[in-house]
Design a protein around this ligand. Structure first.
Ligand SMILES: Nc1ncnc2c1ncn2[C@@H]1O[C@H](COP(=O)(O)OP(=O)(O)O)[C@@H](O)[C@H]1O
Ligand SMILES: [Mg+2]
Length: 205
């Protein structure tokens, strides 16, 4: 029997990492074998692309370049790890997938949504996750959590506009797609985890 692909999405500090651990434990407790992935990355070449994307280049990096690198890494991960794992019956739990590009590059950076969808069609050939949990958090809260402190500096404040646009796009895309469940990640962690566990258990065979 083929496995399923569950993706966890959300802004920095939304709580993806801890939710992923919970999902992996929940699946393993049911005797399922589980593979974890993160994007961009997850194969030798995709990890090299991740380094390339994060590198502080001594030149302007075009938004289109960033976008295509993200998709290049995603194709490597899909073909060399996700699809083989699913075919062999493993469940795959992903830290981000295509929805991140739709939200960050589409909403945050303002790239044309139709162009993005066309690129996704080429790269993914119709492949979509079976279930996506979108952890919704206000950007200021998420960034403060991620930084491990309470206040944002001037640069982070300026960056909030970008994250607000990204969050708005996440919410709009989630509202339109029945395979995406939005979870209020502003709640205490115990409440978030209870909702995640419930959602995953409903989804299990
Ligand atoms: N619901 C929550 N309430 C308070 N703190 C949280 C919550 N979820 C996560 N955290 C904390 O916020 C920080 C970032 O969480 P993390 O899981 O690394 O987020 P992400 O992987 O989405 O960036 C961690 O220190 C984590 O313990
Ligand atoms: Mg994380």
């Amino acid at each position: 029997m083929a496995g399923k692909f569950i993706v966890v999405e959300g802004l920095e500090g939304a709580g993806k990492s801890s939710v992923i651990s919970l999902i992996v434990e929940t699946l393993q407790a049911r005797g399922l074998s589980v593979t974890q992935t993160r994007e961009p990355g997850g194969t030798p070449m995709a990890e090299a692309i991740r380094e390339c994307v994060k590198h502080d280049w001594d030149e302007e990096v075009a938004e289109e370049t960033e976008l295509m690198l993200m998709y290049a890494a995603r194709v490597q991960l899909l073909k060399n790890r996700i699809l083989p794992a699913l075919a062999s019956g493993e469940w795959v739990v992903g830290d981000r997938h295509d929805l991140s590009s739709q939200a960050y590059q589409g909403g945050g950076r303002g790239l044309n949504a139709d162009t993005l969808r066309a690129l996704a069609d080429i790269a993914l050939d119709g492949f979509t996750p079976d279930l996506t949990l979108y952890l919704d958090v206000e950007p200021a809260t998420g960034l403060a959590r991620a930084r491990g402190r309470g206040e944002l500096d001037r640069i982070e404040q300026a960056g909030l506009v970008f994250f607000e646009r990204t969050r708005d796009r996440y919410l709009a895309l989630a509202a339109d797609d029945p395979t995406i469940t939005t979870i209020d990640a502003m709640q205490p962690m115990a409440a978030v985890h209870a909702q995640v566990r419930h959602c995953v258990e409903q989804f299990l065979p």
